[in-house]
Design a binder for this molecule. Structure first.
Ligand SMILES: Nc1nc2c(ncn2[C@@H]2O[C@H](COP(=O)(O)OP(=O)(O)OP(=O)(O)O)[C@@H](O)[C@H]2O)c(=O)[nH]1
Ligand SMILES: [Mg+2]
Length: 230
């Protein structure tokens, strides 16, 4: 029987977060929906996941990138809907039911860090980078997102089926947003409470990443315009 939902969790060197993450997803009654995708972690992440013998795990034998992890998680699922959520507990697993509730009315629901009361605990450079990425995306693809680069979202199968994802790295996020918009989906957002990672090490170079993603969005828009004219 088709599952109602699978929760895809990309994970790379997050040994400190796995147990708490599993406990918190279990507490909201969604443990059996979990699919971890390990991206060739070099710490004890895999052992921590395998300790929970009932939980599904997809493994990469080399670090294939965040986008490749999401693709492989999607390929491992035939559920009617998927949730994608980072493993590092920056996004609360307790908000997954809220995403799923909104999915009843919208095929695509993103959890926005910028819609709640007050501003998230985030440096100004990250805040500006996020604003720039979402702003450029909104203007070019006629959307109204506040947080395109959120690490927490949910998609119904009809929206998933409109995607042909190819990007291996974090530009996957821009690729998914662009393809959803091109397929005519409106990205609906709900507020999620964001807390910067309390454990593990940040691997992001945010300024460089922002330029890369904005460039991806602009060139995708140009290609889309050219394709529509020919
Ligand atoms: N950085 C990184 N994360 C990966 C990779 N593969 C999977 N992940 C997971 O993807 C999720 C998002 O990655 P993060 O490094 O937390 O990205 P971020 O939230 O923008 O950056 P931080 O501020 O460091 O938390 C986490 O659950 C990672 O464990 C990878 O190759 N690199
Ligand atoms: Mg993170």
């Amino acid at each position: 029987m088709q599952r109602a939902v699978d929760i895809i969790v990309p994970v790379y060197n997050e040994e400190a977060c796995v147990d708490e993450f599993v406990d918190r997803v279990t507490a909201v009654g969604l443990r059996e929906a979990l699919i971890f995708v390990d991206n060739a972690s070099t710490d004890l992440t895999v052992q921590r996941i395998e300790h929970h013998a009932d939980i599904r795990l997809v493994r990469h034998d080399r670090n294939a990138g965040y986008g490749a992890s999401i693709r492989d998680g999607i390929a491992a699922s035939d559920a009617a809907a998927i949730v994608i959520i980072d493993a590092d507990l920056e996004y609360p697993p307790e908000s997954i039911p809220d995403l799923l509730a909104a999915l009843d009315r919208h095929p695509v629901v993103y959890g926005s860090r910028f819609l709640g009361d007050g501003q998230p605990d985030m440096s100004w450079i990250r805040r500006c980078g996020n604003g720039l990425i979402s702003g450029v995306f909104n203007i070019l693809f006629r959307q109204a997102t506040t947080d395109l680069y959120t690490g927490m979202k949910a998609l119904r199968r009809d929206a998933l089926d409109s995607l042909t994802l190819r990007r291996d790295g974090f530009e996957h996020v821009a690729e998914m947003g662009v393809q959803l918009a091109q397929a005519g989906h409106r990205i609906h957002e709900i507020p999620v409470r964001y807390a910067p990672r309390a454990s593990g090490v940040s691997k992001m170079r945010h300024l460089r990443e922002t330029v890369t993603y904005v460039w991806y969005i602009v060139t995708a828009w140009l290609r889309f315009r050219v394709a529509r004219r020919t």
